[in-house]
Write a protein that binds this ligand. Structure first.
Ligand code: SF4
Ligand code: SF4
Length: 160
């Protein structure tokens, strides 16, 4: 499925989703193909992405070292890393997505949440738009989404 559509299969996603009951924000690395790439590992100063023994290998997250900071997200050329916090609140999950489109969303507004295939799946509240010179043109958008959509929402539509 991934090679044809660019969308990972359910079995692949099950391997990388945070375990039930995980407390706090944590990276979800949706990178499954063998490609010569490793800036995510170099970006993580907490040793939460294992050093690559072969640059073609997919990244390996050491979840207990990850605090969900997002530093690896804007270094990933494939925009394949997200951060999910299923304990954000009783009703909402925090999802951080990398975003390179314009216009950027405005903080404290509502946008349309999209799944991996670009299908609208519900509303999302924009909590924060994180930008910095070091992040080049990749912003990190912090979203609060309905509780059950943490492993579904991977993009947004911003109304102009
Ligand atoms: S979110 Fe932060 S701590 Fe987690 S893997 Fe990425 S850079 Fe490392
Ligand atoms: S930087 Fe992104 S595309 Fe490259 S190996 Fe890491 S997760 Fe995969």
């Amino acid at each position: 499925m991934l090679a044809k559509t660019g969308v990972p299969a359910r079995e692949q996603l099950e391997l990388i989703q945070p375990p039930a009951g995980h407390q706090g924000p944590v990276a979800v690395i949706e990178c499954f193909q063998e490609i010569p790439c490793n800036p995510c590992s170099e970006a993580c100063t907490r040793g939460a992405i294992a050093p690559f023994t072969d640059i073609n290998n997919p990244p390996v997250l050491i979840r207990e070292n990850c605090n969900g900071c997002g530093n690896c997200m804007f270094r990933c050329p494939g925009l394949a890393i997200f951060v999910v916090d299923e304990t954000y609140s009783d009703t909402e999950t925090l999802v951080k997505i990398p975003y390179e489109y314009l216009p950027l969303p405005q903080e404290n507004t509502e946008v349309i949440a999209l799944d991996r295939e670009g299908k609208a799946v519900g509303p999302a509240r924009v909590l924060k738009v994180q930008q910095a010179k070091a992040m080049d043109r990749t912003a990190l958008i912090w979203l609060a989404v309905p509780k059950e959509l943490g492993m579904t929402v991977r993009n947004i539509k911003v109304e102009r």
